[in-house]
Design a protein around this ligand. Sequence first.
Ligand SMILES: *Cc1c(COP(=O)(O)O)cnc(C)c1O
Length: 426
Amino acid sequence: MDHNQELFDRAQKVIPGGVNSPVRAFRSVGGAPRFIERAKGPYMWDAEGKSYIDYVCSWGPMILGHNNDDVVAAVKEAVERGISFGAATEAEIVIAEEIRKLVPAMEEVRLVSSGTEAGMSAIRLARGYTGRDKIVKFEGCYHGHSDSLLVKAGSGLLTFGNPSSSGVPASVTEHTLVLEYNNPQQLEEAFARYGDEIACVIVEAVAGNMNLVRATPEFIRTMRELCTKHGALLIVDEVMTGFRVALGGAQSLYGVTPDITMLGKVIGGGMPVAAFGARADIMQKVAPCGPVYQAGTLSGNPVAVACGMATLKQIQRPGFYDELSAQTSKLTAGLTEAAREAGVPFCADSVGGMFGIYFLDEKPRGFADVMKADQARFGRWFHEMLELGCYFAPSTFEAGFVSITHTDDVIAKTVEAAREAFAKVA
Ligand SMILES: *Cc1c(COP(=O)(O)O)cnc(C)c1O
């Protein structure tokens, strides 16, 4: 029996679904997930010793490729000085200063250990700062799995949401309004009706959790104006897009200044670091300065911070993002051409080192469009690609990622494999 299957069978006896995060289970494409043993640069090796070109990159963090030598050296050096102190360290100041330099809207920064924590804390801070309860989120955007954000749209257009997970009280999600992505009119209606009760609007400016969907500039501009006008805070969730779509994140591409920014993924370089930050007057509401409570035993962990800082150093090399974007565009152009040759309805898009591939005739503008993708054909294509040594995200609702180690040669091999895979599923 395949060793991956054996491990999967064993895992399912002690871990729900055999995985520690649901998408890893391959539920939407079927089959046994690959159990990874090691990785280097753009490659990963599974329990059978089979190698894959990796387009998941740990869901974004591995922007320098796996096991970058300088990052590994920084981590080793930090480990030797101590794994955790539960006390302040200079490294936390250094990374906070670096974050403020790269994302100026984050005048003050609090480090946490996951994007979920950053989202939960950002919402609490917005509520504490404004003294309001209601929050607005958009269909298809993901901001971590805290209770008030696990919401689906209510039954009517401007009715408040219902829990999208069992275990979340309706009394928590009744404060969350779920609106359509890229629909500025709906946002205006929501503010006209509830403007003085809304604490914040939270958004992914380039959405990456319903495949990749770009916000229109008008959508973001309207959001910024309405928040300012009504005294609500704009939270831009850059957990995925931060240091991924551009050095300054999606906010630098849209020219928008959020009130609160969330970071994660790349900022830890593969270790558990995330952050939220804002103007000083907002951040001064956070404990111990202010009344909004927030804490973490391992927040700002020295080993994780060393890993993140070593990653942040390398991405500032001149030309890094031009190179990363160029490689990502070569990939999406190659895949699109391969699909066209095979006559498979397909299109693709990318922003910086993040991409979307769609088994659709045109690029999606929101969640309803993404839902129309040919899931069955994607599933077959995914397995063909896996067999040919290319590891893509196992779902039509996830974005893909390229690292700086995905050279022309690596991308050419991927496109070659894709020709074969598209021909098989045509
Ligand atoms: C991944 C992600 C999160 C959650 O981060 P975790 O570290 O998985 O908790 C939140 N928001 C966005 C946009 C993300 O992509």
